[in-house]
Write a protein that binds this ligand. Structure first.
Ligand SMILES: CC(C)(COP(=O)(O)OP(=O)(O)OC[C@H]1O[C@@H](n2cnc3c(N)ncnc32)[C@H](O)[C@@H]1OP(=O)(O)O)[C@@H](O)C(=O)NCCC(=O)NCCS
Length: 117
């Protein structure tokens, strides 16, 4: 069981090492973890890869001693919010003006948390 801070990454591939569909990466400081990023190739989005990837990733974070996971997400990121709510993430805070947008405006980051069973 990891009891020191460390990075944990999972990659979704075609199983032959030729195509990478997506990846997820977190920092673990048991009993806490922070999901730093998760992304699925644009051409494969909406086909369930994000759910499969996050499911496997959360299981691994739990195995590494994480009891709860935090993340930050742009309040306008509908796909990510849907994905996170599926896994029980709930808003516990917000950071107004956290993200810089291309048009010069700024977006609020929502801070989400899930407790791993
Ligand atoms: C967020 C992301 C990882 C989701 O991956 P994905 O493979 O497309 O997700 P899935 O196909 O597993 O779908 C997960 C859920 O989101 C929903 N969803 C997918 N795309 C959506 C969209 N554009 N708008 C709203 N909901 C969407 C799905 O319907 C599904 O919901 P359900 O469980 O009710 O059926 C992917 O959109 C992505 O890489 N986005 C760019 C990077 C990013 O924003 N990462 C998050 C940073 S915090």
């Amino acid at each position: 069981m990891l009891r020191q801070p460390g990075s944990v990454a999972d990659v979704a591939t075609d199983g032959r090492g030729k195509t990478v569909f997506g990846f997820a990466m977190s920092r673990v400081f048991a009993p806490e973890a922070e999901l730093l990023t998760i992304a699925v190739d644009r051409g494969w989005q909406g086909s369930g890869i994000g759910k499969a990837l996050l499911s496997a990733h959360l299981a691994r974070l739990s195995a590494y001693g994480a009891g709860h996971v935090f993340l930050e997400v742009d309040e306008g990121n509908a796909a990510a919010l849907r994905l996170y709510s599926t896994f029980g993430f709930r808003q516990v805070g917000q950071r107004p003006g956290y993200y810089a947008k291309k048009d010069g405006s700024r977006a609020t980051a929502l801070v989400l948390r899930v407790d791993l069973g």
